[in-house]
Design a protein around this ligand. Structure first.
Ligand SMILES: [Zn+2]
Length: 119
């Protein structure tokens, strides 16, 4: 048994501790939420794959800080799309909003009541 213990691997030091990081402003983090989860101490660059095109992208610590502290983003949020795809989705949403605004301004059909009739 003793030899087994001796062979046990030593715990490797976490090199990520020495990565570049940004301090979390805990007074701003999760300010819009009733959260019981504790704020992290630091932001690190996060690598993720875009859900739409699959390329690898980085959610930088600066952007995380801006998102969570300045925009008051949801603390459970994760980056899902790369910059190009999120810009594309944003454009689609804006298009849809413009369309809806135009439709609201449009004159109703003279026989609108007929179409809204419920049977
Ligand atoms: Zn993408």
């Amino acid at each position: 048994m003793q030899s087994k213990n001796r062979k046990r691997k030593r715990i490797k030091r976490d090199k990520r501790k020495h990565r570049e990081r940004l301090i979390v402003d805990k007074s701003k983090w999760g300010a819009n939420e009733n959260t019981y989860s504790l704020a992290p101490d630091y932001y690190y660059d996060k690598i993720y794959n875009c859900v739409d095109c699959g390329i690898q992208a980085i959610w930088t610590k600066e952007r995380q800080k801006y998102f969570f502290e300045e925009l008051g983003g949801n603390t459970n949020s994760k980056a899902v799309r790369c910059q190009i795809c999120s810009a594309h989705v944003q454009a689609l949403k804006e298009n849809q909003q413009r369309h809806m605004a135009e439709m609201a301004k449009k004159q109703p059909h003279p026989n609108e009541k007929f179409f809204n009739k419920k049977y």
